[in-house]
Design a protein around this ligand. Sequence first.
Ligand code: NAI
Length: 455
Amino acid sequence: MLYDLIIIGGGPAGYIAAERAGHAGMKTLLIEKKFIGGVCLNEGCIPSKTLLNSAKIYDYARHGEKYGVTTEGAALDHGAVVKRKNKVVKMLVSGITAALKKNGVTVLEAAGVITGRNTEGFNVEAGGETHTGKRLLIATGSNSIIPPIPGAKEGLEKGFVLTNREILDLTEIPNSLAVVGGGVIGLEMASYFNSAGSKVTVIEMLDHIAGNTDIEISKLLMNNYIKKGIDFHLSAKVTEITGDSVVFEKDGAKVNLVCDKVLMSVGRRPATEGLGLESINVETERGHIKTDLTGRTNIPGVYAAGDVNGVYMLAHAAYREAEVCVNNMLGKRDRVRYDSIPAVTYTNPEVGSVGETEESAAAKGIECKVSSISMRYSGRYVAENEGGDGICKVIADKKTNRIIGVHMIGSYPSEIIFGAGMMIEMEMRIEDIKELVFPHPTVSEIIREAIFAFE
Ligand code: NAI
């Protein structure tokens, strides 16, 4: 069968592209080998947020006395949390399936392999048939990295080592959990399992957690979690995983950390293996498909979006990339602007950031000015956060006064940060934002406060 567009991979990039293309009247085939919604919906963003919400409710219940609320016998029933998580996932997956149907997309549950091209387009083998697409969008996502640490693979096979996939389906809370990698997945899962009662230890190779996050915010987040009982080992190198422990080197000493489970969260790798990219000569670089800002690969008619392009492994970046690809296929000029894509870590407190940090601006030689204020400038924050120590940092280009970065730790940054992204996207200056009205009392007002606090 000949299609206008064949999409391989039904995660956020694939399903959004399919919906948009179908809606625009393109005859679209979406090939997905596992489950519609991909990692994000089935074993990533949504399931983890469901768990984290239960942890937040439990934490409020246990520590309500600060707010004049006493609760006796509060308990977190992990089995019930996982059951609800499965219900949430099922509901959202069926919503996406319905949206695909509504937009006339043909969905094929099979593994797709590119086998070459003919005069009409690109051939993809799936479900025992060859399908041809005038255009091709590769949206196969990424897989967890299992580093070549002795014992890691064996531990995974035995169920001692887990990835983001298995950890979300644990039936019981482990007494102790070692988290290898203090990035987003590691920190969000450390947050849930700490609240749920595990003794959590994070082992991170770098001298700070949370990757490229503003350094001050990264330290604040770590201090919050140290107070909650999580142990951190920074600048630590994991050398071995035995039957019941993680072995790592730190400050020249060897440490043997005995634990019940190990979460391996050291990053993800684009999923390009066995896809048949070589059959049509799609260019890859260190495992990811090379694309430009319009989503085009080196082969005309072949696009890639989402984690597989290795640019910005976030579901919302994938959505935008997918839309940009479809718009360009339809002849509408469009491109992704990566400098205004926000990132959030859904710990408690949450971290939200967009644009340049002081460190990244300095590395690019951008002269900037910074306004950094306590979240306590927000009345709503103080009302809701007894003893909270959050901050908000706004970074502006010194020459133009344009906002180039906003970084927050506290409550609701996940809901506020898009507005900051918009300020960057719209190239707003400090004086432009002074004219905006923020609803009162909200934590979002902190941005206004930070703007007026600029020297
Ligand atoms: P990550 O790249 O965020 O963090 C991995 C961490 O592991 C880094 O800090 C790195 O220094 C450390 N590391 C690497 N090798 C190590 C080793 N051998 N020993 C100790 N530490 C080591 O990767 P993560 O957390 O696995 O997440 C994968 C992807 O999923 C990311 O691209 C992330 O953006 C995305 N994601 C996004 C979420 C969100 O937006 N809230 C939530 C979860 C995942």
